[in-house]
Design a protein around this ligand. Structure first.
Ligand code: EPZ
Length: 432
């Protein structure tokens, strides 16, 4: 199993190109199931989760091809892919495939909308919380589907005339629920309104792509989305938006180590809340024509309290990284997690590096320390893993991060991007 070795203490200086967003790419790829024509996606990140989804979609009959130059070891630019669901050959998404990645459950919506039926394994729990799908199921039921749970599978059937437009009122903001409701409603008969919709940029990106495919959607990016169903969707070409979580992660890494880095292609408006917090903590953030420049020279980091919230608030997917930054801040910060009930698995691993953190219900209290020291660490999810890398970059000596496969799910060429900016970071492959 691969590990990553980081020797801390070097500032980051240079340029990092921001990849296409994993969490936008996944629903966009799933949207290809809605039409028999080709959906071409540009700027698709090369990630383990993308490869897993290609396998899952392939099982339903979606053809996948990469345009132009094949992904070489050295390439860091986003790839362009074609996805075409000419014929859906299977409406079942089996446990073996869905259990590898929760987002694949969302395939239930386009299968149901286009084929009138879907049988999709329940995604199950996950290291960051129970993560149920009750709200997604209720949304499908509102659109007229009959949904049963049979032997661990969600079995959904549309009425004989297909799904019917309806009012869907989410009791809680859910990104996956909003994606699911959108993909089901675009082919429903009549108008649907999603209330308390997620306003995340990834929802806006999905709606933009669906609109190019011929869907009629108003209000994406607000809490109320209106969808007028159409009979058929067409293929299109769409570029995946830049990854705001990758952007925030590298911004925090620079704040942690000091230095000056251009995050090329980043769009600051996608993470303004997090950038404001970072500035309050002592980093300098400037928007340039090419993206976003983050610097910290001289001044130290100051403790700042944060609370995770749905967009446009501070994202839960940056909570672990921000906590890593706070471990070396001047003062005490309180980091409150309101989205997932168990997203503090990084706390005990950061403690191995010398961080002082205690948990208080849904909050972590971080007392900044002068020095972190390298150690072997391991993480249980994607964002927690990268928070350990951030801490390691500023720790004295060597840190070995185990279970690198978590990082490969969501960070394209992490070691390469960081080492190009002066970090001492390398992958130790099995056998080393
Ligand atoms: C998406 O997950 C992201 N995943 C997550 O990123 C992200 O943390 C999350 O949104 C919140 O921003 C992808 O986009 C692939 P939710 P999702 O439905 O859609 C509860 C990462 O690291 N809930 O918005 O699954 C749920 O338990 C990942 O990239 C229900 O109770 O999240 C949570 O408390 C991790 N019932 C809250 O809602 C439901 O039916 C928000 O979850 C659905 C959700």
């Amino acid at each position: 199993m691969d590990r990553i070795c980081v020797v801390g203490g070097r500032p980051l200086n240079g340029t990092i190109r921001i990849s296409g967003a994993k969490n936008a790419a996944l629903p966009l790829m799933i949207a290809s199931v809605l039409t028999d024509e080709a959906l071409t996606l540009e700027n698709l990140p090369r990630l383990a989760d993308v490869s897993s989804l290609v396998r899952i979609l392939g099982n339903h009959g979606v053809d996948y091809s990469i345009q132009g130059k094949r992904a070489g070891e050295e390439a860091v630019t986003g790839q362009t892919v074609h996805l075409q669901a000419g014929h859906i050959v299977d409406t079942t998404a089996p446990y073996e495939l869905v259990s590898t990645m929760r987002a694949s459950f969302w395939v239930v919506a386009p299968l149901l909308a286009r084929m009138g039926e879907a049988r999709v394994s329940l995604p199950g729990g996950c290291a960051i919380g129970t993560r149920p799908v009750d709200l997604l199921i209720t949304a499908l039921e509102r659109l007229g589907a009959k949904v049963d749970i049979e032997a661990g599978y969600v079995v959904a059937k549309a009425p004989s005339g297909g799904l019917k437009g309806a009012e869907i009122d989410f009791s809680k903001v859910t990104v996956g629920g909003t994606h699911t409701a959108l993909m089901a409603a675009v082919l429903a008969d009549g108008t649907s309104v999603i209330h308390n919709a997620a306003r995340e940029p990834e929802v806006v990106d999905l709606a933009a792509c669906l609109t190019k495919m011929g869907a009629r959607i108003k209000g994406a990016g607000t809490a109320t989305i209106e969808i007028e169903g159409v009979a058929k969707l067409n293929g299109t070409r769409h570029a995946v938006l830049p990854d705001r979580i990758e952007t925030g992660t590298y911004a925090m890494a620079v704040a942690m180590t000091g230095g000056d880095v251009l995050l090329q292609g980043a769009r600051p408006e996608l993470l303004q809340g997090a950038l404001d917090t970072l500035q309050a903590a002592g980093a300098t953030v400037t928007t340039t024509e090419e993206g976003l420049r983050v610097a910290r020279n001289g001044a130290g980091i100051t403790a700042v309290d944060v609370t995770t919230e749905p967009f446009p608030g501070f994202p839960t997917d940056l909570q672990a990284q921000f906590m890593a930054l706070m471990t070396k801040a001047r003062g005490t910060s309180r980091i409150t997690e309101t989205i997932f009930e168990n997203r503090f698995m990084h706390v005990q691993e950061l403690a191995r590096l010398g961080a002082h953190i205690r948990l208080d219900g849904d909050a972590a209290i971080v007392d900044g320390v002068e020095t972190l020291k390298g150690a072997p660490v391991m993480a249980t999810d994607l964002r927690a893993s990268v928070s350990l890398v951030i801490a390691a970059l500023a720790a004295e000596g060597e840190t070995i991060v185990n279970r690198v496969y978590h990082l490969d799910r969501g960070f394209e060429q992490l070691e390469r991007k960081l080492s190009q900016c002066g970090a001492s970071i390398e992958r130790l492959s099995t056998g080393h």
